[in-house]
Design a binder for this molecule. Structure first.
Ligand code: DAH
Length: 339
């Protein structure tokens, strides 16, 4: 028994010394010192040996057990202190593997449309101005000549942060902000995001984009408005595309007009998208109301101006034949990769 024990001890000590990492060391520990380990198994044989030999064997057991535990702890410390050996094979590169394609992002169709429109208006002499998306009541309605509680505000139902602070429902809010900082001639466009309390469906979204235009100078007439928008329509969609103006109402313009484009999809012949009218409504426009001009300190006897606002989603949908506005905001790569 004593010999067997000594043999086991030698074997275990060698195995401990040879363990190359913590995992191997743990395996060695379980094999020799574990609850079902070899030392325990041998210990169970004690009851079979003659009683007078038992004390000596028992003592030897305790010695071996202590020795192994010590060796185990020592080796454990050694391994922990050892710098991790780099496994060179892990760094090996297999140059024969096919490469990973990098996904290159591209412009969102809405931004592409907005950018194209912006370029055209810059070409016509306008400059780009931006304004805050979180706006106060004054710039949203009061300065734009909305009388308190006027029904025209119903179309502009939006999200209120407080009684006086709201998410802008139209880029027209920037008209007054810009005029306060400039003297005529004013020739600006305002691309930007707007919000309305609309229920989301195929043609409405609570968040959307508009492009606003404002021109104020001496002697500006409705003919200038028509000429400018017609030039835009031609540049954007070609010679066969025209603008149609019909009377409308906006508090900040007088007279006001709804603007419609020749249906891009059918070229004006009439199709499902334009409800067989040949025209597509894309926004509003008009001559800046003298009250708005006076409000920013311009002399409305000397200066006149025109303004317009167009919905970007609508133009992008028409251009690409997209029938659901929600696709723009879905983040669905299958949709976006088509542009
Ligand atoms: N802001 C208006 C809307 O969102 C559109 C609009 C109409 C803008 C007439 C204008 C304008 O600049 O003159 O419904």
């Amino acid at each position: 028994m004593l010999e067997q024990l000594q043999q086991l001890a030698d074997e275990a000590l060698a195995a401990i010394a040879q363990a190359e990492d913590e995992k191997q060391l743990e395996q060695v520990r379980v094999k020799y010192l574990g609850r079902k380990g070899l030392l325990r198994q041998l210990q169970q044989g004690i009851k079979d040996i003659p009683a007078e030999q038992r004390p000596a064997v028992g003592k030897k057991f305790n010695e071996v057990s202590a020795q192994l535990k010590e060796a185990f702890a020592g080796r454990q410390e050694e391994l922990a202190a050892r710098p991790a050996v780099e496994d060179a094979s892990a760094d090996r590169v297999d140059v024969t593997l096919p490469g990973r394609t990098l996904r290159i992002g591209k412009q969102h169709p809405l931004l592409a449309t907005l950018e194209r429109m912006t370029e055209i208006f810059i070409g016509l002499g306008f400059s780009v101005v931006e304004g805050p998306e979180v706006e106060n009541y004054y710039y949203s309605f009061e300065a734009l000549n909305y009388p308190p509680d006027h029904p025209a505000m119903d179309e502009q139902m939006t999200f209120y942060i407080s009684n006086n602070v709201l998410l802008r429902s139209q880029t027209s809010t920037v008209q007054v902000r810009a005029m306060e900082r400039m003297q005529p001639p004013v020739r600006i466009i305002v691309p930007g995001r707007c919000f309305r309390r609309d229920n989301v469906d195929a043609t409405h979204c609570h968040t959307f984009y508009q492009l606003e235009g404002l021109l104020v100078d001496e002697g500006v007439t409705f003919a200038d408005l028509k000429g400018t928008l017609e030039a835009f329509a031609t540049a954007m969609y070609g010679e066969q595309c025209h603008m149609r103006f019909r009377p409308d109402f906006f508090p900040f313009t007088e007279p006001s007009a709804e603007i419609a484009l020749t249906c891009i999809l059918c070229g004006g012949k009439g199709c499902r998208v334009c409800s067989h009218t040949g025209w597509l409504e894309v926004g509003g426009s008009g001559m800046v109301d003298p009250n708005v001009l006076e409000g920013v300190g311009y002399d409305s006897e000397r200066y006149t101006g025109f303004a317009f606002g167009m919905g970007i989603e609508r133009l992008a949908m028409l251009m690409h034949g997209i029938d659901d506005i929600r696709l723009f905001y879905s983040g669905d790569m299958r949709f976006l990769e088509q542009f």
